[in-house]
Ligand binder design. Structure first.
Ligand code: DAH
Length: 341
């Protein structure tokens, strides 16, 4: 019978394992669409005798409900399968080892600069930058090193032209800041930075190196303040039980000038290879700002005085971490940098 046949065909077709969402929706319009078999059965109803109509109508409706139900069920099933497959494909195995992230590390020279900066900022100092291509005026002349002064021989210089050079010392920043201050303001600064000298590179010399300058100018600062300040710095860098020793020295821009030693942190003063048996290790130069410098930079030496110091950062790094060749600090060897993470 026609109705029974159609019923069987609908059940078979909607239960086809090969259906996907696309073919399922085609199947739906095939059976339930305007021109589908169910609709045409309904339009045939008018040809039936009246008493058969209700029964026939009921049966066709049942067919329509069946097709709708089968479609809905199949659609749900297919959609659920699609989600399951997607989840399976995108699943993350949380037990797999993660990808290693490479993080950088601070260079030992920067580490020491930052350590000293921290200390001095805590004591009220400001950090000041200078320029690496500097005028002879600031690097030498204003620091009491006129042309042909023998002190120039100690600092073999890369000249850019007659006037300009690669600064040989961060002391050049002193002259800038004093002149900028107009001769009537207190100064309390540290100036870290790269410096250059025409040295032949070897284990203890590099044509490129790092210094940190310190400068305090006011009406009553004394050598005792300088000593106290350097004592604090030595302890911070090399350990709380370190002591310092001042030796008279000569720098054109300071008078009196001193060189500063720290008690040997390896043998604690008894004498060893590091301190060459003396118990002391030289770490920096310092002194009271020379009156000539104060005057040339706009300060009246009868009213103002100052102290200054300059420390070589490579030397501190080498001493502190037992590095025996300064060139390794400029080798960009990651194995070295990684040790300072
Ligand atoms: N500029 C000196 C140098 O490069 C270091 C130095 C010594 C700096 C004494 C100073 C100082 O400020 O007072 O060797």
């Amino acid at each position: 019978m026609e109705l029974e046949e159609l019923r069987k065909k609908i059940s078979d077709d909607f239960n086809d394992m090969k259906l996907n969402l696309q073919t399922l929706s085609e199947l739906r319009s095939q059976y339930l669409g305007k021109k589908g078999p169910i609709n045409s059965l309904l339009s045939e109803m008018k040809n039936l005798p009246n008493e058969e109509k209700p029964k026939f109508g009921e049966k066709v409706n049942a067919l329509r409900n069946l097709a709708t139900k089968l479609f809905d069920e199949k659609k749900q099933e297919l959609e659920r399968k699609a989600v399951e497959e997607k989840l399976k494909k995108e699943a993350v195995d949380v037990t797999l080892p993660g990808k290693e992230m490479n993080t950088g590390s601070i260079h030992v020279l920067n580490k020491i600069v930052e350590e000293i900066e921290d200390l001095f900022i805590g004591m009220g100092y400001k950090v000041q930058d200078g320029v690496e291509v500097e005028k002879d005026l600031y690097n030498f002349q204003l620091l009491n090193i006129p042309e042909n002064h023998p002190a120039r021989a100690m600092q073999d210089t890369f000249y850019v032209d007659k006037e300009r050079l690669l600064r040989t010392q961060t002391s050049a920043v002193q002259a800038h800041k004093m002149l900028e201050s107009g001769g009537n303001k207190d100064i309390k600064i540290i100036c870290p930075g790269r410096t250059y000298r025409r040295d032949d590179d070897d284990a203890t010399h590099s044509h490129e190196f790092t210094q940190m300058e310190g400068l305090v100018v006011n009406k009553d600062v004394t050598m005792a303040d300088l000593k106290g300040t350097l004592n604090i710095m030595a302890k911070r860098l090399f350990g709380e039980d370190r002591e310092i020793r001042l030796r008279p020295s000569y720098f054109p821009f300071t008078e009196p000038s001193i060189e500063v030693d720290v008690s040997c942190f390896k043998c604690h003063g008894k004498g060893c290879a590091l301190c060459k048996g003396t118990g002391w290790i030289e770490i920096l130069g310092a002194g009271m700002v020379n009156n000539n410098v104060l005057r040339m930079c706009g300060y009246d030496p009868d009213v103002y005085q100052g102290f200054a110091f300059g420390v070589g950062i490579e030397r501190i790094a080498m001493l502190k971490y037992g590095i025996d060749d300064i060139r390794t600090l400029y080798s960009n060897d990651l194995r070295q940098n990684k040790q300072f993470k």
